[in-house]
Design a protein around this ligand. Structure first.
Ligand SMILES: [Zn+2]
Length: 271
């Protein structure tokens, strides 16, 4: 009996080693491998294969999303709107529309009776115009987030910035004729004076934010919720993402965020 147990243990260790090698060769870059050490008892090592992978992908087959935003650099003297102008808080969702996450975010907002602002990427609008229609139909606000999430757009000549923003607005209005697009948000918050000027010329307010839980870095839902609640103050504009990647954690954080912010400050649409 003890001999059989020893053989089973040896097989488990062998399986882990082989499994680990296999995962090492093909796993995603951020896969954390737990390989049993020489002295590790088989009993504790056998717990690891059943653990879920660190970052499961829930969007198989979806094309690569636009680049994730980078943290804002030097806000400087450039004027962007960072507060709502009242006690109430505004929620903003960037980088969509996304075929998986945007409908789920919209469902949640509808269930909780909350309106938000969606900062849309032109190339995604072109692919998923029905989602833009739904965003508008359900009373949310639209924001231009460039044609293809160009982080350096603000550094380009004014004519190029203008052409980019106009193309994005055109695509949004192709989905929803006559749609009002009140805001422009520069990708990554990498504003320049030229980007602010052009967006103003086109009738859009430069939309910043006050609360950033860095959800695009894929922290846990708990971390996202806690960061938002801790950073929020009267009039905060909250930056979240419904596109650009797997937003399961953001979505999971949203019910807690919405109920807490609603209770403490109220949530209002940006005007
Ligand atoms: Zn973005």
């Amino acid at each position: 009996m003890t001999q059989r147990a020893a053989i089973v243990s040896a097989l488990v260790v062998l399986a882990l080693l082989v499994g680990g090698r296999w995962a090492l060769g093909r796993g995603p870059v951020d896969t954390i491998l737990v390989e049993p050490g020489p002295g590790m008892p088989a009993a504790s090592a056998s717990a690891s294969p059943d653990a879920p992978p660190p970052s499961p992908s829930s969007t198989p087959g979806h094309k690569p999303p636009p680049k994730s935003p980078k943290p804002p650099k030097g806000t400087g003297p450039i004027e962007t709107r960072r507060l709502t102008g009242s006690k109430k808080i505004a929620l903003t969702f960037d980088d969509g529309p996304h075929p998986v996450w945007t409908p789920k975010v919209l469902d949640l907002l509808r269930q909780t009776g909350v309106k938000a602002t969606f900062c849309l990427v032109g190339t995604e609008v072109k692919q998923y115009p029905a989602l833009v229609k739904r965003i508008v139909r359900e009373g949310h606000t639209l924001c231009n987030h460039t044609w293809h999430h160009e982080l350096d757009l603000g550094t380009k000549p004014e004519a190029e910035i203008r052409a980019n923003l106009e193309a994005t607005n055109r695509e949004i209005r192709r989905a929803v004729p006559g749609a009002k697009i009140k805001f422009f948000r520069h990708p990554g918050g990498m504003w320049t004076a030229a980007a602010v000027k052009v967006s103003r010329d086109l009738g859009m307010t430069a939309l910043g934010w006050d609360v950033d839980p860095l959800d695009w870095k894929k922290p846990t839902a708990d971390a996202i919720r806690t960061r938002v609640i801790n950073q929020a103050r009267p009039g905060s504009i909250v930056l979240l993402h419904d596109g650009g990647g797997d937003r399961a954690a953001t979505l999971a954080a949203c019910p807690g965020i919405v109920s807490e912010l609603k209770h403490k400050y109220g949530i209002a649409l940006l005007r």
